[in-house]
Design a protein. Structure first.
Length: 428
């Protein structure tokens, strides 16, 4: 009996310890203290970004100081500034800004978590006195909206998302669907040349941006390979080398010949390099596509865009609405096809007419004669056989930015998969 009582007591004690360990942890404090110096030009990061070190729960996040007498710009980044992807492209944009604008001081904060944690960072940067604060990820949208109301004299620009207050909080995004469309053309051509018909897409989160970019790739794919299909893997992360690699492997193992991604790391190219005769398409950063197994990379060139915004904010002429730029601004690129670049080895033996079609379409984009609305022009049919955009019609910006459940008044909206995509729609 005593042994049984002791055993019951031990079980209760262990249960109490487990419950205590699983209790909610407090938020990491934000420390408004000097941080790293403003970005300066540096050597490109290694091709494969290392996995990020986990940040201790009790660690503080340092907030950089402003420089008196300067126009102070800060960017909140989702990962480290040399991640080889999304954040590194923003870092390069800051470097360009500092090199091309007089009397500007730039700074950044790394590893800013999306959601409520980012609100602390935006508030701390605001209290420091930054003139322009840029939020670098979709999940910063609501937090930045809140802080912008508290500091009406500070300019806030949110990359991605769909909100703006038209006073001091604006939305910024570029027509990456242009470059994804071209990448889809190249993927289709590669498949036909190799006798393949399957491609794959590593999608991050179930938001309009990701269905839009996936559909743009699929629309380009069907231009050069009408028989090709595209499978989808949802990975629910923007930057996780392990998860991204697992998703890429999964798509290749399922028969994909070309895999492209909506996330940060060059996982599709790295996974392709471990196989024979398949290809990856990387994303975000101009330096991400170096392995011969990488076909191309749609990438961001934030420098000219940041410079335009900073100069207009300083002059008091910037319009805090929905700033959506196309390829003719110089803010977008396709690796291997921009001035001074050499195509990747996987392009060399593609049919010349396909490669020339990519070059010609890119030239029209850079001249402002072909834009995102041309990418999403009818007829467009979804994978259930429904006509999404009739012939002679084009999507408008609201259609590209919203699901029907957002209630924003979109006509066609972006809650559909193109007819060559073999996947179910995500939950809204």
């Amino acid at each position: 009996m005593k042994k049984r009582a002791l055993w019951i007591f031990s079980i209760l004690l262990i249960a109490a310890m487990i419950l205590s360990a699983c209790g909610p942890a407090g938020e990491a404090p934000v420390e408004e203290a000097p941080a790293a110096e403003a970005p300066a030009a540096e050597e490109p990061a290694a091709e494969e970004p290392a996995a990020e070190e986990p940040v201790a729960e009790e660690a503080t996040m340092e907030i950089p100081d402003i420089e008196d007498g300067m126009f102070n710009v800060a960017v909140a980044m989702l990962s480290v500034h040399d991640d080889g992807g999304w954040s590194q492209a923003q870092y390069d944009g800051l470097t360009y800004l500092e090199e091309n604008m007089e009397n500007v001081h730039t700074a950044y904060v790394e590893n800013v978590a999306e959601g409520a944690d980012s609100e602390q960072v935006f508030r701390a940067l605001s209290r420091k006195g930054f003139d322009l604060i840029i939020g670098g990820s979709f999940g910063y949208m609501d937090s930045m909206e809140v802080v912008a109301e508290e500091f009406p004299d500070i300019a806030y620009v949110h990359i991605s998302g769909y909100k703006a207050n038209e006073v001091n909080f604006g939305n910024l995004m570029g027509a990456m669907e242009d470059m994804k469309y071209l990448a889809g053309m190249l993927a289709g051509s590669r498949c036909v040349a190799d006798g393949a018909t399957k491609t794959g897409y590593m999608a991050t989160f179930p938001i309009p941006e990701e269905t839009r970019l996936g559909n743009a790739f699929a629309l380009g794919l069907q231009q050069t390979c009408p028989e090709c299909t595209m499978d989808v893997r949802w990975i629910n992360t923007w930057h996780d080398p392990i998860i991204e690699r697992e998703a890429a492997d999964s798509l290749f193992d399922a028969g994909a010949h070309v895999v492209f991604t909506g996330a940060d790391t060059p996982a599709p190219a790295l996974a392709a390099a471990d196989r024979e005769g398949v290809y990856g398409i990387t994303y975000d950063w101009s330096g991400s596509c170096t392995d011969p197994a990488c076909l191309t990379a749609p990438y961001w060139n934030w420098g000219p865009v940041f410079l335009q915004i900073a100069e207009e904010v300083q002059a008091g002429t910037y319009v805090f609405g929905w700033h959506y730029f196309d390829a003719d601004t110089g803010g977008l690129g396709l690796s291997g096809f921009m001035d001074g670049q050499e195509p990747q080895p996987g392009i060399a033996d593609l049919p010349e007419e396909d490669v020339q079609m990519v070059r010609d379409t890119l030239a029209l984009m850079l001249a402002g004669e072909f834009d995102r609305f041309d990418v999403f022009s009818g007829p467009i049919v979804d994978n259930a056989g429904n006509t999404i955009v009739p012939e002679g019609e084009k999507m408008e910006q609201l259609d590209m930015d919203q699901f029907p459940s957002y209630g924003g008044g979109c006509t066609y909206c972006m809650y559909w998969w193109n007819q060559n995509i073999t996947a179910e729609l995500p939950e809204e």
